[in-house]
Design a protein. Structure first.
Length: 192
C-alpha cells in the first residue's frame, strides 16, 4: 500500500493589512480579465515549495521546523510590480519587496531543515526570490495590456509584518489551489 501524498510548501502569510489594501487596488484595475488573478485568501510568500510528501516525512518536517521558532521576524516594504521571467513578457506577475535580508536567512534555514529531513525529496532547490504572486499569464499580453498593468498603484502599501511562517498543504481543484495550514511557527519580534 502506498502512503497518501500531501502537496506542501512553507510560507509567510500575507497578513490582513497588506492583503486588504492590495485587494482594493487590484479590484479597481481596468482590464482585469486579461490575466488569471490569484485570490487574496491564497496570498503568501513561499519560502520553499516542497512538492508531494508522504505523511511520515511531513510529520518529521513539521517537528524539525520547530527548531526555527524564535528566529528574528522582520518588516518587508512592498517595492512594486515584478514579473517572471520579466515585465516585457510575464508568465507570472508579483509584488516584490525591499528589506528582505532577514527573509532570505529564514528561507535558507527552512531549506537547510528540509534537506536534513529528506535529502532526495522533491522540494524546490532554485534560488529564493521573495515575492507575492498576484497573477498568472497564460497567453502573451499585448502592449496595451502590459501598459495597463504597469500603472497599478502599488505605492504606500502597508508593510508586511513577518511574525511567523507556516507549513501548508495545497490541494489543486477547478477553482484554483486551496491551502490549509498544517503547522505555524512564531518568529521573534523586534526587541525580544
Amino acid at each position: 500500500m502506498v502512503d497518501a501524498l500531501t502537496r506542501a510548501f512553507v510560507a509567510v502569510p500575507c497578513g490582513d493589512p497588506l492583503a486588504g489594501e492590495l485587494s482594493l487596488r487590484l479590484d479597481a484595475l481596468p482590464g482585469r480579465a486579461s490575466v488569471n488573478w490569484t485570490r487574496p485568501d491564497t496570498w503568501h510568500l513561499t519560502l520553499q515549495f516542497l512538492g508531494d510528501w508522504p505523511a511520515d516525512r511531513l510529520s518529521a518536517l513539521q517537528e524539525a521546523l520547530g527548531e526555527l521558532r524564535g528566529l528574528p521576524g522582520c518588516m518587508l516594504r512592498p517595492a512594486g510590480l515584478g514579473g517572471f521571467p520579466d515585465l516585457r513578457g510575464p508568465r507570472v506577475l508579483f509584488l516584490q519587496f525591499a528589506g528582505a535580508g532577514p527573509l532570505l536567512e529564514l528561507a535558507h534555514q527552512v531549506r537547510r531543515v528540509t534537506g536534513q529531513v529528506w535529502v532526495e525529496g522533491p522540494q524546490d532547490t532554485r534560488p529564493f526570490h521573495p515575492h507575492l504572486t498576484l497573477a498568472r499569464v497564460r497567453d502573451p499580453l499585448e502592449i496595451r495590456q502590459l501598459n495597463r498593468l504597469k500603472v497599478i498603484d502599488l505605492a504606500d502599501l502597508p508593510d508586511l509584518r513577518c511574525e511567523g511562517f507556516n507549513l501548508m498543504a495545497s490541494t489543486l481543484g477547478p477553482g484554483g489551489a486551496r491551502h490549509r495550514e498544517l503547522a505555524g511557527y512564531a518568529l521573534r519580534k523586534k526587541g525580544e
